[in-house]
Design a protein around this ligand. Structure first.
Ligand code: ZN
Length: 460
């Protein structure tokens, strides 16, 4: 026992020499953005979206007040109003395309229309970096091809659409280094077609999508037993990038990372970790619970096509699946109310989910890009760790943060800051064999990027 205590004291002392508690300053403007997100606005948007009766992707596009056409016209006009109220920097457009026949959910094909609002970045060297946040505005009832039955889709996914619209309304009044794209997409229920089109086009055009968040079902807090659960928001984050079927082989760089124990440190997990840490600073009332999984069983979401295109992408969802309210026809049966009605949405909860999105989007789009060319030297046997990276080019760059954690720990445990003049640093007394390292970049105001896992470098 004595020996064990002694050994523990020694290990702490060994770490103490390099451990530094890094302050996490709060940006007063991000605090304002978070505070300006309005549950009442979100409620009004959800209730308005329900008035279109159905927002099925194949529903009418010619009625002025019913169907998906009327819904998207209204969403676009609202976003245009937010743009006018904020000096016109938010550019709003329909992103329309002809989807070829894709059975069973779009057997004849269809014209699909996403509503996209872009807030251009302000900083040279950062404005080409894009953050995408989405909700899907289409809805469905029990029958996937039923285009007429009342399909309120209040939680699935007027809640996510309203959250994204509220983010656009509030954030358009502020400036960010990088570009933020706010999207209300269609045809999620018909096979994720709206999001897939945007993601594939972005990949073809070489758009630098640094991260994508989808908000899908972010307003229910009721459980089947009648209790409420507002304890957290779920964040679904894939681990190893899975190749798109029918491909069976992992790319060489994925295999190389797996060979060094980097299975929990691909870009989507780094993104999830950074969202969780940022949300804890700005939205402490709603912890982010990361789930190491692409999505729920038997369900999908609009982050999936972004993952398939090679981008880091995550899904926000509320804590609990209340199946009586999803994809149901509105009816009462044996005293149970079925259907996705607005009275069952917890608008204050949805607003907190929007605040989590706002804090993360604002932090990352003000922070420098993630460092490039991050490497760990594996040249000789040693108990120190030498990390290297390429210099970032942003004018407001202040330095790099080396973070590390126990290999079995979920979140970063230690950090040291390195000035921007350095692109190589030795962490004394911490062996790369025993921990996982990452490197982040931060700016003069303290905004910090997600981390990057180092590749082994065998030459000095
Ligand atoms: Zn959905």
């Amino acid at each position: 026992m004595l020996f064990r205590l002694f050994a523990f004291a020694v290990s702490l002392a060994a770490v103490a020499g390099v451990r530094a508690q890094v302050p996490a300053p709060r940006d007063p403007e991000i605090e304002k953005i978070v505070a300006e997100i309005s549950p009442a606005r979100i409620e009004a948007t959800i209730r308005k979206l329900v008035t279109f009766k159905t927002r099925h992707t194949l529903s009418t596009t010619t009625s002025p007040d019913t169907g998906i056409g009327a819904a998207r016209n209204w969403i676009k006009s609202e976003l245009e109003r937010y743009s006018r109220e904020s000096g016109g920097r938010l550019s709003v457009e329909f992103n329309a395309f002809q989807q070829p026949p894709s059975p069973p959910r779009l057997p004849q094909g269809a014209e699909i229309v996403n509503v996209v609002a872009t807030l251009p970045g302000k900083q040279t060297g950062a404005k080409e970096r894009v953050y995408v946040v989405s909700g899907h505005y289409d809805s469905r009832s029990l029958g996937i091809m039923d285009t007429d039955t009342f399909a309120p889709g209040a939680n699935d996914d007027a809640s996510g659409t309203a959250a994204v619209m509220e983010l656009a309304r509030v954030m358009a009044k502020y400036e960010f280094d990088a570009t933020i794209v706010f999207m209300a997409v269609a045809a999620e229920e018909q096979g994720l077609q709206g999001a897939r089109h945007w993601a594939v086009t972005a990949k073809e055009k070489g758009v630098n999508v640094a991260a994508m968040f989808t908000n899908d079902i972010v307003g229910n807090t009721l459980r089947e037993d009648g209790t409420r659960d507002r304890s957290h928001v779920r964040l679904f984050a894939e681990g190893v990038p899975v190749p798109v079927a029918p491909a069976r082989e992992l790319p060489a760089e994925v295999l190389a990372q797996l060979r060094t124990g980097g299975e929990n440190d691909f870009p989507t997990r780094q993104l999830a970790r950074a969202i969780q840490a940022t949300a804890a600073r700005y939205v402490p009332q709603l912890p982010v619970k990361i789930h190491y999984r692409r999505d729920r069983y038997l369900r999908g979401g609009d982050h999936s096509p972004f993952l398939d295109a090679g981008f880091a992408a995550v899904r926000f969802s509320d804590t609990y699946e209340l199946y009586a309210r999803q994809h149901q026809n509105v009816r009462e049966e044996n005293g149970v109310q079925y259907g996705d009605l607005p009275d069952f949405v917890d608008f204050a909860y949805t607003a907190d989910v929007a605040r989590v999105n706002a804090a993360a989007l604002a932090e990352f789009s003000r922070a420098p890009a993630i460092p490039r060319g991050v490497e760990v030297e594996t040249v000789r046997l040693e108990n120190d760790t030498v990390l290297r990276w390429e210099a970032n080019t942003e004018p407001d760059l202040a330095g790099y943060r080396i973070v590390w954690r126990d290999t079995a720990a979920p979140q970063w445990e230690h950090a040291i800051d390195v000035p921007k003049t350095e692109t190589r640093h030795t962490v004394k007394g911490v062996s790369k064999d025993n921990v996982v390292f990452g490197v982040q970049a931060f700016d003069a105001a303290g905004h910090v990027s997600p981390a990057v896992y180092p590749k082994p470098r065998t030459t000095p």
